[in-house]
Write a protein that binds this ligand. Structure first.
Ligand code: BDR
Ligand code: CA
Length: 332
C-alpha cells in the first residue's frame, strides 16, 4: 500500500516545530508521504515562518520536500503578531541556522494546496496548524478543493464552552483570521450539501488540545534519549514556550496543540468526534473569532465539521505525546 500523502500548513511556531519533526519521522519511517509544507503568517511573520520551517526540516533530516510561502496575513484585518508566545522569530530560545540546501518552492502556498489536492484526488490528508489564511485563498482558486482532499484536520477554535486562549471565546489560529476560518466552514458546508459522502473537516479545538501538555521532564528525557542538534534546538524552543505558559498562569509547561493534532490527523480512528455545524463569528464586538457550534440543527444546514472531543487511547493525550516523542527520538 502506498503511504498516505500528507500536506502540512503551519506557522512555525514552537509547537508547529514539533509537528514538523513528528511528520518527518513518520515520513522517514514510511508511514506517510509528506508531500509539502505550506507556511502561513502566524504568531510571527511569513518570512520567519518560512525560514523556521526550512530550518526545522534541515534539523529533522527531512528529504527535499517542497516548502511554500502562503498568506502573509489575514484576509480582512491587519495581521496581529504575538512574539511573546513563540519568541521574536517564532523559535523561542532556539538558534536556527539559515538553510544552505533547501529552496522555497516558487508556486506559493495557495497554489501548492491546489496542486497537491489535484495530484492526489481523494487521498490527500491535509493538516492546518496555523491560521486558515492560505487555505481560504486556495479555496478561492479551486472551489472544488473539499471534494479533492480526503481529510482535513484543523487545529483551531474552542468548543463545548471551553474558554478561549486569545479572547474569552476565541482560539488564536481562528482569532487572527476569522474570515478565513469561516470560509473553510462555508466551503465544506457547500461541498457536503452537494455530496453528503464527503468527509467533514476534523476541528481540533482547545477543549481537547489543551490536554496535550509537554513538561520540562519530557524535554529532559528528549535530551537524554537524543543528543542531536534537533533535540537541543527543540528543547531550547520549548523552554521559551514553558516561560510563556508560566507567564499566563498555566504553569511551567507547554500546551503543544500542533503535534498532538498532527497525530490525530494520522489516526482518525482514534479520535472521538461529534458531527456538527460550525460558523465563525466575524463581527461581534465581544465574540469575534468564536467558533459557534449548532448542536441542535437551528440553522438547518448540512453538517460541515467533526468536533474532536477526546481520544480512544488508553493514557489519553499524554500517551499520544509518548508516540510523538518516540517518533521524534527516532530522528538522529
Ligand atoms: C495555536 O496557536 C499557536 O500559538 C499554536 O502554535 C497553535 O497552533 C493554539 O491556539
Ligand atoms: Ca501553530
Amino acid at each position: 500500500m502506498r503511504p498516505t500523502p500528507v500536506l502540512l500548513d503551519c506557522d512555525p511556531g514552537i509547537d508547529d516545530a514539533l509537528a514538523i519533526a513528528y511528520l518527518v519521522a513518520e515520513h522517514l519511517a514510511g508511514r506517510i508521504r509528506l508531500v509539502g509544507v505550506v507556511c502561513t503568517a502566524g504568531n510571527v511573520g511569513l518570512a520567519d515562518t518560512v525560514a523556521n520551517a526550512l530550518a526545522w526540516l534541515d534539523l529533522a533530516g527531512a528529504p527535499p520536500v517542497p516548502v511554500c510561502a502562503g498568506a502573509a496575513g489575514a484576509i480582512a484585518v491587519p495581521h496581529v503578531f504575538t512574539p511573546e508566545t513563540h519568541g521574536p522569530r517564532g523559535a523561542g530560545h532556539a538558534v536556527l541556522e539559515t538553510t544552505t540546501t533547501r529552496c522555497v518552492d516558487p508556486r506559493g502556498g495557495a497554489q501548492f494546496w491546489v496542486d497537491a489536492a489535484r495530484a492526489h484526488p481523494g487521498e490527500l490528508v491535509a493538516i492546518v496548524t496555523g491560521p486558515s489564511s492560505t487555505l481560504a485563498r486556495a479555496l478561492e482558486r479551486e472551489p472544488a478543493l473539499p471534494g479533492l482532499v480526503a481529510d482535513l484536520t484543523v487545529m483551531g477554535g474552542t468548543f463545548r464552552g471551553h474558554p478561549g486562549n486569545t479572547t474569552p471565546v476565541s482560539e488564536w489560529n481562528v482569532d487572527v483570521d476569522p474570515e478565513a476560518a469561516d470560509a473553510v466552514c462555508l466551503a465544506w458546508e457547500a461541498a457536503r450539501s452537494a455530496d453528503a459522502e464527503l468527509a467533514a473537516p476534523l476541528w481540533c479545538g482547545l477543549n481537547l488540545t489543551e490536554r496535550a501538555v509537554w513538561t520540562p521532564e519530557r524535554s529532559q528525557r528528549l535530551l537524554a534519549a537524543s543528543d542531536s542538534p534537533l533535540a537541543r534546538q527543540l528543547t531550547a524552543a520549548l523552554r521559551f514556550y514553558f516561560e510563556f505558559h508560566d507567564s499566563v498562569g498555566e504553569g511551567y509547561l507547554a500546551q503543544v496543540h500542533d503535534p498532538f493534532v498532527a497525530w490525530l490527523a494520522l489516526h482518525p480512528e482514534m479520535v472521538i468526534t461529534e458531527d456538527s455545524h460550525i460558523r465563525v463569528e466575524c463581527s461581534g464586538e465581544h465574540t469575534r473569532g468564536m467558533t459557534v457550534e449548532d448542536r441542535r440543527g437551528h440553522r438547518g444546514r448540512a453538517g460541515n465539521a467533526r468536533i474532536a472531543t477526546g481520544v480512544r487511547v488508553s493514557g489519553g493525550p499524554e500517551a499520544v505525546l509518548d508516540e510523538v516523542f518516540a517518533a521524534i527520538v527516532s530522528l538522529r
